[in-house]
Design a protein around this ligand. Structure first.
Ligand SMILES: Cc1cc2nc3c(=O)[nH]c(=O)nc-3n(C[C@H](O)[C@H](O)[C@H](O)COP(=O)(O)O)c2cc1C
Length: 384
């Protein structure tokens, strides 16, 4: 009998693992995020780097830094103030002067030239600022309650002060600051805006009852405490369209001395209301070990998943395997990476190739120049 070539094994062609790999969503499955189609679900988390120049203006090295990371599905910038009243750390960029807008334009052009997309994170730090940033005036907050800890100032670390509680009549002015910032962000060429509602800054201070003891329309009930976050988000969405606006929240975080007596209720309500707005995304932080040590109530982000039907980005200590698992299970739609993106400008490529990762150096996280900012090597440079 003549020998015939063996037919390919049908078993090999349909092993369960291969089938699973080809149908399961993972970090490299493209996704529609509001108005944009992203080539992957690997998001660069917002990262304050304290390197803005004179006048809180981003420098040319910011264009290099962000454009080096343009292979992210989406870049979210470092927190950026919309008005001098929102400043609370040295050398943080703003988006409220012509110089700042022009400098950000260079950044967004550089990212776009490399095919990337970049949202700006807009913040107001509220009570964790310091009078030295405001010509001696007190920082503002929902209530006159000082945070425990120290503010980072140009004169070094200084104890947090007791802030001044905003009058209700001043609140429309705060919303207007965010609206103006959003307008300037359009001029600066960004692709969208992330509202910073996390990590103990002004909007978070209004949301949680540990920092909000007001008795007006912006305090008391969870409906009232969530009002400023929702009004700011809507004001920004009026300018950008809801499909280019996202919101970041940190339900379990104790950072900046934050607490809430019932975070499940507080954040459950806020997330349900944000769900109704049909935004580009919601960005949630997982509980961290530090939150646990500081008496936080840990709520994994997957507990909130059923409340939010749009795109959910999750963050905190994710690696590639955990990110893929969260996406495959449906617990998240995208994953953002902070420290890994600081150290690995080509993080998506390294994930794709299972290549080794550069180690981030915390000594150069905050402040300084190009070292630890634009000089982390790409894979090709390592190989060479
Ligand atoms: C240097 C540094 C700066 C940060 N700046 C911001 C910021 O501007 N806005 C923000 O929402 N979170 C900020 N974060 C938090 C990160 O976005 C992220 O939540 C955190 O690093 C955890 O993610 P990771 O485990 O992937 O690093 C910062 C974190 C670090 C390490």
């Amino acid at each position: 009998m003549p020998l015939r070539p063996k037919p390919p094994s049908p078993i090999l062609l349909s092993t369960p693992s291969l089938t699973a790999m080809s149908t399961e969503k993972n970090l490299f499955t493209p996704i529609q995020l509001g108005r944009y189609t992203l080539p992957n679900r690997i998001v660069m988390a917002p990262l304050t780097r304290n390197r803005a120049g004179e006048g809180n203006v981003p420098l040319d090295m910011h264009a290099t830094y962000y454009s080096q990371r343009a292979s992210a599905g989406l870049i979210i910038t470092e927190a950026t103030h919309c008005h001098p009243s929102g400043i609370g750390y040295p050398n943080t960029p703003g988006v409220h002067t012509p110089e700042q807008i022009a400098a950000w334009r260079k950044v967004t052009d550089a990212v776009h030239a490399k095919g990337g997309r970049i949202f700006v994170q807009l913040w107001h730090v509220g009570r964790v600022s310091h009078p030295s940033f405001h010509k001696g005036e007190l920082p503002i907050a929902p209530s006159a309650i000082a945070a425990q800890g120290e503010a980072m100032t140009y004169e070094g670390m200084q104890p947090f002060v007791t802030p001044r509680a905003l009058e209700e009549s001043e609140i429309p002015g705060i919303i207007e600051q965010f609206r103006q910032g959003a307008r300037s962000a359009l001029d600066a060429g960004f692709d969208g805006v992330e509202v910073h509602g996390a990590n103990g800054y002004l909007l978070d201070q209004f949301l949680r009852d540990g920092t909000n003891q007001r008795s007006d329309r912006y305090g008391g009930s969870v409906e009232n405490r969530a009002r400023l976050l929702l009004e700011v988000t809507e004001a920004i969405a009026e300018i950008w369209g809801r499909d280019r606006v996202g919101v970041r929240l940190s339900p379990s975080s104790t950072f900046n001395d934050m607490r809430d007596s019932n975070p499940r209720e507080t954040f459950g309500y806020a997330i349900q209301r944000l769900n109704e707005l049909d935004l580009a995304y919601l960005h949630l932080l997982e509980p961290s070990e530090s939150d646990l040590r500081h008496g936080g109530i840990p709520i994994p982000t997957r507990e909130f998943r059923p409340l939010y039907h749009g795109n959910l980005i999750v963050n905190w200590d994710y690696d590639q395997a955990k990110g893929n698992a969260a996406i495959a299970s449906g617990d998240a739609d995208l994953v953002s990476y902070g420290k890994l993106f600081i150290a690995n400008p080509d993080l998506p490529k390294r994930f794709a190739l299972n290549a080794p990762l550069n180690e981030p150096d915390p000594a150069t996280f905050y402040g300084g120049g190009e070292a630890g900012f634009t000089d982390y090597p790409f894979l090709e440079e390592v190989a060479a």
